[in-house]
Design a protein around this ligand. Structure first.
Ligand code: TRP
Length: 331
């Protein structure tokens, strides 16, 4: 059987370099070899941001632009909106019959996210989003799910749901596998945390050349390097981490010069800003094309959603049949 890839993003903010390094780059390669589905997870975004629906609406368009600008090709990848596939909501209800509350409560990602959001009591939708994510994955019978480590509990939950469903009713669903990338998380401009929009330490993919230059200029470096010739500690410097990722062939030289104090931070930063701008430049051009024709973006989303819906309807028909919910079509 041929593989189908499904990935998705919560639409809570524009995408940044951390997303590019951690997932987009990989997706752009995967779409050449696999039938790829990319979900704009607006319903999942609502589980934590239900008070900001307009923000989610806006981000659906922003993120689609980020996808297209970065090289996700709508001819190869099916980009779709989660809330426009009602079968996902329907599957979520049926799966929720046989997922226990304690399984969800013990999900380590749910636990740490609940803590990060400061939730004392858990919203039903939030606690249940791994079930909804299982519906995201299974409605199109995806087999490969490229994810970061934090998503593994959700993939495991999905696999359990699939096994349970197939054993309870009929073998309709396909058990997916996680495809865990070896890419480490990109450090933020503050050097302390992973790159994240909410921490204000990110370079967004839609940054102008000047914005990149300014952000790099203001980025933290080794605090012990005060004078240009002070020996530095590249291992604690986010700029050096960026050299490793965005300018790998020159990174050893940077490391050596930094340790010896033979290259100052200004020059080192100038070099990395240039490489990042080189990466973003083709994205800027593609983005400008789409910005001139915003209706194309809507057309791409509608076409992708339509294609996804066809898959969803077929799976739903099989699920209803397996669950004896086919009252008027059964023989
Ligand atoms: N939970 C994922 C995240 O926070 C986003 C997501 C939603 C997803 N549905 C998915 C990822 C299905 C993989 C498959 O990044």
């Amino acid at each position: 059987m041929s593989e189908r890839v499904l990935t998705g993003d919560r639409v809570t903010g524009k995408l940044h370099l951390g997303h590019y390094v951690g997932s987009l780059k990989n997706r752009i390669e995967l779409q050449n070899n696999y039938d790829t589905f990319v979900e704009l997870a607006d319903v999942q975004a609502l589980t934590t941001h239900f008070e900001k629906p307009e923000m989610i609406k806006q981000n659906v368009r922003y993120i689609t632009m980020d996808y297209l600008a970065s090289g996700i090709d709508p001819e190869k990848s099916t980009i779709f909106v989660q809330s426009l596939i009602p079968e996902i909501a329907e599957l979520t209800v049926y799966y929720s019959m046989f997922v226990t509350v304690s399984a969800l409560r013990h999900n380590p990602t749910i636990k740490s996210e609940a803590e990060a959001h400061g939730y004392k009591d858990l919203y039903y939708g939030f606690l249940g989003y791994p079930v909804s994510q299982a519906a995201d994955i299974t409605f199109c019978k995806a087999t490969l799910i490229p994810v970061g480590e934090d998503q593994l509990p959700h993939i495991e939950q999905t696999r359990k749901i699939v096994r349970k469903f197939n054993q309870l009713y009929r073998p309709v669903l396909v058990e997916p596998e996680a495809l865990v990338g070896e890419v480490p998380r990109l450090v933020g401009l503050d050097g302390n945390n992973k790159m994240s929009k909410s921490l204000g330490n990110a370079i967004q993919l839609d940054s102008t050349e000047q914005e990149v230059n300014e952000k790099i200029k203001d980025a933290k470096t080794d605090p012990e390097r005060i004078h240009k010739n002070d020996p530095g500690h590249p291992e604690i410097c986010p700029i050096y981490a960026y050299h490793r990722v965005f300018r790998p062939s020159g990174a050893d030289e940077i490391c050596e010069n930094c340790r010896k104090g033979t290259m100052g931070c200004v020059e080192c930063k100038r070099k990395i800003a240039k490489s990042i701008n080189l990466l973003l430049e083709p994205m800027r051009q593609r983005r400008a094309d789409y910005q001139e024709h915003p209706e194309t973006v809507d057309e791409i989303l509608m076409a992708g959603t339509k294609r996804a819906r066809i898959e969803a309807k077929e799976t739903m028909r099989e699920v209803r049949e397996a669950m004896s919910l086919n009252y008027f079509t059964s023989k």
